[in-house]
Design a protein around this ligand. Structure first.
Ligand code: FES
Length: 95
């Protein structure tokens, strides 16, 4: 279980994750926001097909890759803002 330890005072905003409307906190790290909303898997391994999700939370593992505006980005290096449209990347090489 991933949960916020302290109450957040930042405002709620809505983002889209693979077509789901998700209410999150503005300014949060996107990987944290998705984990808090129970999206543990954000992509699949190209080799094994196994689900992958945020792990290191510091830009090292690349298991949190998502697509925003046609660009592949690390969710843990992305700040949440209202209206963000995020898509899963179904197959990404683990190389
Ligand atoms: S969680 Fe490891 S790079 Fe984002």
């Amino acid at each position: 279980v991933f949960k916020r330890l302290e109450k957040s005072h930042s405002k709620e905003v809505t983002i889209s994750f693979d077509g789901d409307e998700v209410v999150v906190r503005e300014g949060d790290n996107l990987a944290v926001a998705l984990l808090l909303e129970k999206y543990g898997s954000v992509r699949s391994s190209k080799i094994s097909g196994e689900p992958r999700g945020p792990f290191c939370m510091m830009g090292a593992c690349y298991d949190c890759l998502v697509e925003i505006d046609g660009e592949t980005v690390q969710a843990c290096m992305t700040t949440v803002k209202h209206g963000l449209i995020v898509h899963r990347i179904p197959e990404v090489s683990d190389d």
